[in-house]
Design a protein around this ligand. Structure first.
Ligand code: PLP
Length: 376
């Protein structure tokens, strides 16, 4: 193979996320964790699930954690276990991943969308209160991109109107609000362990955290065909369990999550410093919160051109998300037309997610910034 390539002539390729780099760093430990599960064959609700649930509850400062099959299921089962269903309305933001709304639909309830704050993209709490009706049962704020929603305001609205609160924490493992981790501000919180999330499994996975022991008991039955004990079914539950193998992997990764989040914070600080220098406004951070940078999202005019030029220069980017949920065909039945939520609609055309993962180096961040300056 001869001499190493001349770095001057090799364009630096920067992935959007780098799961392979992370795997190389922990491969031995992951294999050692999986091996006993293969040998003891307790693939469903084995010991590692119970241990991971305890450890993740402790990480979030929550009393209980119930492992399920995905983040979407975590939201869906939390709504079900809180008795939210047909005829009920659940208020959430239109600028989220569609799973937030789908979970409400799966429960048989109706999602009621609101707009977002133009700077932070977090749920517009004033609008959320304005759309409360006698049918409203719950608020479902999303800790979008890795920073917390305005939970003081959310909790105050819930209290005034007697509503439940379910946190969509699928992008916010370890983010804090007023010094406390997300996951305990609502009646329940949903986490996703989709591979690309800050805590990702090697497949699908999710969890619900709660401080309510009765809800914990109901959720354990809900994920397991509604059974109270084997073959005794009190209600029509679901098959939605976190695999033992995934729990074993997640236990290895959870030990590193705080350090990985810190690495993301360091990378974000570097991004924000160099982007300011080239005249790009860094993402606005909420007050009273820590951002764990699941995504580093800037806003640019001419997004399509900028994204194409970055791609041609070897820099992979993403858009989270190009179409607000109320404008998705899947939700055309709700009849919310373009213009209903102008802030989220305008943001959808301008947002651009830059490469972000714990292993990203300062050199890579600087390179993204200089390619971005050129692309603009
Ligand atoms: C990833 C995600 C979900 C869904 O999680 P899955 O594990 O993919 O089902 C829900 N809401 C938000 C905000 C997400 O980012």
């Amino acid at each position: 193979m001869g001499r190493p390539q001349d770095p001057v002539n090799t364009p630096m390729k920067i992935p959007f996320v780098d799961l392979q780099g992370q795997y190389r760093a922990i491969a031995d430990e992951v294999r050692a964790a999986i091996e006993p599960v293969m040998a003891n064959t307790r693939f469903i609700l084995g010991e590692e699930v119970r241990l991971f649930e305890q450890e993740f509850a402790a990480f979030c400062g929550a009393r209980h954690c119930v492992g399920v099959a995905s983040g979407t299921d975590a939201l869906h089962l939390a709504l079900r276990a809180l008795d939210i269903g047909p005829g009920d309305e659940v208020i959430t933001q239109t600028n989220s991943y569609i799973a937030t709304a789908l979970a409400i639909s799966y429960a048989g309830a109706t999602p009621v969308f609101v707009d977002c704050d133009p700077k932070t993209c977090q749920i517009d709490v004033k609008q959320a209160e304005a759309v409360v009706t006698p049918r409203t049962k719950a608020l479902l704020p999303v800790h979008l991109y890795g920073q917390p929603a305005d939970m003081d305001a959310v909790q105050a609205i819930a209290k005034r109107h007697g509503l439940r609160v379910i946190e969509d924490a699928c992008q916010a493992h370890g983010a804090t609000y007023r010094g406390r981790p997300v996951g305990t501000f609502g009646d329940a919180a949903a986490f996703s362990f989709y591979p690309g999330k800050n805590l990702g499994a090697y497949g699908d996975g999710g969890a619900i955290t709660t401080n309510d022991p009765a809800l914990d008991t109901r959720l354990r039955a809900y994920r397991d065909y509604g059974q109270r004990e084997k073959y005794f079914h009190d209600f029509k539950g679901f098959n939605s369990r976190l695999d033992t193998i995934q729990a074993a992997i997640l236990r290895v990764k959870l030990k590193r999550l705080a350090a990985w989040n810190q690495s993301r914070q360091r990378a974000a600080a570097t991004y924000s410093k160099v982007l300011s220098r080239i005249g790009i406004e860094p993402p606005r951070q909420v007050s009273h919160g820590t951002h764990i940078w699941h995504l580093y999202v800037i806003q640019v005019a001419n997004r399509a051109v900028v994204q194409k030029r970055l791609g041609d220069a070897g820099v992979s980017t993403g858009i989270h998300y190009p179409v607000p949920i109320h404008l998705q065909k899947a939700y055309a039945d709700l009849g919310r037309l373009r213009g209903s939520f102008p802030i989220a609609e305008a943001a959808a055309d301008r947002i651009l997610s830059l490469p972000m993962f714990p292993e990203i180096t300062d050199e890579q961040v600087n390179h993204v910034a200089s390619e971005l300056a050129k692309a603009l």
